[in-house]
Design a protein around this ligand. Structure first.
Ligand SMILES: C[S@@+](CC[C@H](N)C(=O)[O-])C[C@H]1O[C@@H](n2cnc3c(N)ncnc32)[C@H](O)[C@@H]1O
Length: 314
């Protein structure tokens, strides 16, 4: 039986649903709730270290896999008639020629824009979607330190880095909070794709996505995100660029972390140039107006929810 919006309201935490209707217009909130029914198209990125988009499209045509291109990213495809499981059976998957990744998750590396030869820190990196994307963007020239706290996820990160042939990546297992003191002002760019409450990826068919949500957990994460932000700031060279991103919707883990950072650190927020449908400005009603340069990807049938901000250290 098909799920309905009342199933979404019944299954997700009531306080979370109330929050969505308080923060967004009824029309937008309804659309977001529809998105929590799940069932998005599978999307992927070609690994340009091993393959290229033209060959991939030719190959998919030859095996009758239908796809759409993504107007803001030439290396990404939306797959119309195959799911993740069937793509995983293909040799191009097993050999690391493609990486299955949601579209919004591809945005933070595009915004960070790592350059060949640079030194990059990926502070919370597993399972490595963005680490491997950055290594490909840099054509394996430069250096990426990819850190992850969770031991099991760290193994997954190592596996993906290896499979994708991302040879400039060094994987380490530790607390991101400690890296700023360990590597002061060492990196040209830092990605902080922070641990978060994941509200943008809630799916009523997968209880793991929302089971642990609570206001208390959101507050805990907001505190952790500030510590990670401070560490990322310390590890960044003066004039360096960092990206702060989450896949969650609430203010505490997004605008409020930035507002805290603007009040306590010497940073400025930069414009994001990508033109993506379904993207809106961050909230500024209670915060520094420059926070409007950060973007919110609203969760929809096409995209999971995301928050992305580009920051310069002065
Ligand atoms: C949003 S996920 C990262 C996703 C990853 N950037 C990607 O694109 O594949 C956040 C990661 O942070 C890790 N983490 C949580 N607390 C951490 C900490 N204090 N230091 C470093 N990593 C942490 C989590 O285990 C999780 O793997």
């Amino acid at each position: 039986m098909l799920a309905s919006i009342s199933d979404v309201k019944r299954r997700l935490p009531e306080e979370f649903i109330d929050y969505i209707y308080e923060e967004f217009s009824v029309g937008t909130a309804d659309k977001m709730l529809y998105s929590f029914m799940g069932d998005r198209y599978t999307t992927l990125r070609v690994n340009t270290l091993k393959y290229d988009i033209s060959s991939l499209m030719e190959y998919f045509k030859s095996i009758n896999i239908k796809f759409d291109r993504v107007q803001w990213y030439k290396d990404a495809l939306i797959i119309k008639n195959a799911d993740e499981k069937s793509l995983e059976k293909l040799d191009i998957y097993k050999n690391g020629y493609i990486y299955i990744q949601s579209l919004p998750s591809m945005i933070p590396p595009l915004v960070l824009d790592p350059q060949r030869g640079e030194k990059i820190l990926d502070m919370t990196a597993a399972p490595g979607s963005k680490t491997t994307q950055m290594a490909a963007m840099m054509n394996n020239e430069g250096y990426i330190l990819a850190n992850e706290l969770d031991k099991i996820r760290c193994e997954r990160l190592k596996y993906n880095v290896e499979l994708q042939g991302a040879s400039i990546v060094e994987v380490v297992n530790g607390r991101g909070e400690q890296l700023g003191d360990k590597y002061p002002e060492e990196f040209d760019r830092v990605l902080l794709d922070a641990p978060c409450s994941g509200e943008g990826r809630f799916n009523i068919k997968d209880v793991k996505t929302y089971r642990f949500w609570s206001h208390r957990e959101v507050n805990r994460l907001s505190n952790l995100q500030r510590k990670l932000f401070l560490s990322a700031y310390k590890a960044l060279k003066k004039g360096g660029i960092m990206v702060y991103s989450t896949c969650t919707l609430n203010r505490k883990e997004n605008e409020e972390v930035l507002d805290w950072a603007l009040n306590n650190l010497d940073i400025e927020i930069l414009n994001i140039d990508l033109k993506i449908n379904g993207v809106v400005e961050a909230f500024t009603d209670r915060y520094d107006k420059s926070i409007s340069k950060a973007i919110r990807v609203l969760p929809s049938k096409e995209l999971e929810g995301f928050f992305v901000c580009k920051i310069k250290k002065n």
